[in-house]
Design a protein. Structure first.
Length: 319
């Protein structure tokens, strides 16, 4: 099957309205002035797609936007970054999703409207259309609610000759459905953060969690926040420390890491290099306000890695 894109990304896209300097919630009838309000692209899949495109991959996005000005803004931003929008659907019933992020420089609070994102149903995707990508990155796993659909879609896409990655994301239901371990085996790269890994495995130690998950997946990546990231691939555990930067806004840092890591993976790099790319993208992301503002192109990525080379700490362990 013809592969038109380096990667197709499936998931949410919305508007992030970032409010800085809100020290109190206004009472009824009260107006409160804040330091600043800025609008950015939001949604983990959208931020990942932009970051991957900035690095030089030819990306297509699959999601649902509203038939409104915000939806048009998202499309225009995608186009500016070279992302193909032909797979995006337009909702006739819902507006484009919005998240209001309050005080991102401190303890962030959010007010969210999912909007058209709720209409993205993996069980109804045209998988031959999606398989125009050499690689497909899937988000939006909801545990028991869409587990079977995820399994079926992943297996079909593998039959269609693509490589697959998934960021499992936070489980809003709180169940932490154990069927996720069956899902892992369907993917070439499976990503999560440390808290998610420990919740799913019921283990407090990330090394133990990785060893447990290695029974189900050959290539697992776990983000450790300001500590860096760790992988388990084919029985070899690799840790790479984070780059120390001044954090301005952590929105989208994990998605930027994913883009750097998978850019390395798709370009045939070894795990250590993939971790360098991921940590560098994550570090640059948090250095600017907005989920994709600080993410680099490939030249800036390499410059950053050379600049901070003496910070890198790598640990390898054969399990």
């Amino acid at each position: 099957m013809l592969k038109r894109f380096d990667a197709v990304v499936i998931g949410d896209a919305n508007i992030d309205l970032i409010v800085a300097g809100l020290n109190q919630i206004p009472q009824p009838g009260q107006e409160v002035f804040v330091d600043n309000m800025t609008m950015h692209i939001g949604g983990g899949a959208a931020l990942f797609a932009i970051s991957l495109a900035k690095l030089g991959s030819y990306v297509a996005f699959k999601g649902v936007l509203g038939n409104d000005g915000y939806g048009q803004y998202v499309r225009e931003q995608f186009t500016q970054h070279g992302i193909d929008t032909m797979l995006i659907e337009t909702s006739q019933t819902s507006n484009t999703g919005i998240t209001i992020a309050i005080n991102p420089e401190k303890d962030r609070s959010f007010i969210s409207y999912a909007g058209s994102n709720r209409e993205l149903d993996i069980s109804k995707l045209d998988l031959k259309e999606v398989a125009q990508g050499k690689h497909v990155h899937i988000t939006g796993y909801r545990g028991r609610a869409n587990h079977d659909a995820f399994i079926q879609a992943a297996r079909k896409l593998k039959e269609l000759g693509v490589t697959l990655s998934c960021d499992v994301g936070w489980d809003d239901s709180g169940e932490w459905f154990k069927g996720v371990f069956d899902l892992m085996g369907c993917f070439d790269v499976f990503l999560m953060n440390e808290t998610e890994a420990c919740h799913y495995t019921n283990l407090d130690n990330i090394d133990e969690s990785l060893r447990f998950m290695a029974n189900y997946c050959k290539h697992i990546v776990v983000k450790l926040g300001s500590q860096g990231a760790i992988t388990m691939k084919d029985g070899l555990q690799t840790f790479h420390s984070a780059y120390q930067v001044d954090a301005v806004d952590t929105t989208g840092a994990g998605d930027s890491f994913n883009a750097g890591y998978l850019f390395g993976y798709l370009s045939g790099q070894d795990v250590e290099t993939c971790l360098k790319y991921g940590n560098a993208c994550g570090g640059l992301s948090v250095s600017a306000s907005g989920g994709s503002t600080g993410t680099p192109d490939f030249n800036r990525l390499n410059h950053f890695i050379r600049q901070f080379a003496d910070q890198a700490k790598v640990r390898l362990e054969v399990i």
